[in-house]
Design a protein around this ligand. Sequence first.
Ligand code: SF4
Ligand code: SF4
Length: 198
Amino acid sequence: MYHRQYTGGPLGGLSPDRGFPSGRSPTDVSWPMSDEDWRDANLALAESLAEIPLGQYHRLRTLAENIAIGISLLDPMFDRYCLICYPKCDELCCETAQVYYHFTDLLFIHVLGVEPPPYQTRSKQGEPCRYLSLKGCVLPRVVRPYLCTWYMCDLHLECFFAERPKEQTRVLGLMERIRLDKERLAREYTGALEASGD
Ligand code: SF4
Ligand code: SF4
């Protein structure tokens, strides 16, 4: 499952401790964050992206668009599972699972050029996700943390294993391709920043 986190890499000339608790890097966002720290993380990321030459930025953008297409292909299946499973669910994962945006999620959203989410999923550990409403998640899937798509609960797994084997293979391949593309996006971002600092 998707537990890896992008935690390193240069951020141009940005201060590594810009408004963050000591020892934290602006790329280290997957923890409960105040709204102010979240804004700083977004600002730092936007500023670092502005330093990347246009040609390299276009490469990142193409990669982000491919990731977004992949997520949109998964969306109908997971929406269908939610309709089936939600009435049977007695422990909402969005309340109990401590899911946070990872840096790769935020990078993907910024490069794609869509509005970044206004805050981290939680400002304190143990809270339910702040994007959970009475009607479910208020965010389009493309801007949710990827873990929200990657993770399948037991009820979703029941639906998934009822799919034809060919469909299961297609979905797992797509999910893995998105995960790898997000890792690649982070690597290419780091490389582009390093090159722009030469
Ligand atoms: S994904 Fe599973 S655990 Fe989470 S709310 Fe839906 S049915 Fe419940
Ligand atoms: S972002 Fe949406 S799907 Fe993900 S944990 Fe929060 S409410 Fe649930």
